[in-house]
Design a protein. Structure first.
Length: 177
């Protein structure tokens, strides 16, 4: 593959929710890319006050890792309230907590994932986004990782409870040079 610059992104796949239990990318993560870019557009849960989560798989999505995820969130809302949450050992990465099931309050954001299919480095991510919880607009920063160093070749997004009512997720590959 030839690229014009290190900022060229290749759209690998798009997943669109329609009362979906999960949105997964299982066949597009490959040795062609180590770093990935994800765009979330108008993600809405079917259940109110749930968290948007991410999981990794090392066997092409047959199963997903359920331990040793680390994550942290910093959220600032329009009332000036600052909230921080996180975990050093969880069953998933919480991308955004306390989402509203009202469509107008959707989650939108971007994520960079580093060393996703590396056998040497832990996969790490950061995300920046915005959504409206039940009363105020909020900006969120998220970071996360998994303690494993086996190459990740599939990722899954889901809600902590209920389905993803609507929204789209775009996965891009980033060239390494």
């Amino acid at each position: 593959m030839a690229y014009n610059s290190p900022f060229d992104m290749v759209l690998l796949n798009t997943q669109t929710a329609s009362s979906s239990s999960t949105l997964s990318f299982t066949s597009v993560i490959s040795a062609n890319f180590v770093n990935y870019y994800v765009k979330f557009v108008e993600i809405v849960p079917s259940t109110n006050n749930v968290s948007f989560q991410m999981l990794f798989s090392t066997n092409n999505g047959s199963t997903y890792l359920s331990t040793v995820y680390e994550w942290g969130n910093v959220i600032v809302d329009t009332s000036g309230t600052l909230n921080t949450t996180g975990s050093s050992s969880d069953s998933s990465i919480t991308i955004a907590p306390n989402l509203s099931s009202t469509a107008a309050n959707s989650l939108n954001g971007v994520m960079n994932i580093f060393s996703l299919n590396s056998n040497t480095y832990k996969p790490k991510l950061w995300m920046s986004g915005t959504y409206t919880n039940t009363t105020t607009c909020a900006g969120i920063r998220c970071m996360g990782s998994n303690d494993g160093t086996t190459a990740v070749n599939a990722i899954r997004f889901q809600m902590s409870s209920g389905n993803i009512a609507s929204g789209s997720i775009y996965l891009y590959g980033l060239p390494t040079s």
